[in-house]
Design a protein around this ligand. Sequence first.
Ligand code: SF4
Ligand code: SF4
Length: 161
Amino acid sequence: MSEELSKELKAAGLDLLSCMQCGTCTGSCPSGRHTGLNTRRILRDARKNRVAVLSDDALWLCTTCYTCQERCPRDIPITDALLELRRLAIKEGFMLPEHRRISEMVAECGHAVPLDEETKHKREELGLDPIPETVQKYSEALQEVRSLLKACKFDELTAEN
Ligand code: SF4
Ligand code: SF4
């Protein structure tokens, strides 16, 4: 699949070929200011079918703020390409443990950060229903979420290999 990386992206409507490596994306990236995320380099590597890009932890440091995509002078769908690269990375078994854990929580509770007892108690103190109107309150709704996740193979994709 590695040599097909740019073809996969193109098939998803994400053509990176017009990137001129100007670096506006990297210079605009709020996450890259504090981490090793270098969008320009990731796009270059993806364009050159360098499979290492899929196992690059930096791929997971994007907060999907879309600043780079809005500023790209070549209108390259940068954030969308990063998300597609993550999807391809997961298919190859690459995912940060933290993201895997969050995926498990979504599959289990329907929330990345489920409500804990302390929060429920604080809500009660404020005169609120301890559990808000979410899938955590309705077991049948949670079952529906789980069915949807199963139907799109979310659980298989995010399971540890
Ligand atoms: S801003 Fe656009 S053209 Fe410039 S390096 Fe990033 S993706 Fe390429
Ligand atoms: S979408 Fe991701 S890569 Fe782009 S500027 Fe925001 S954090 Fe950086």
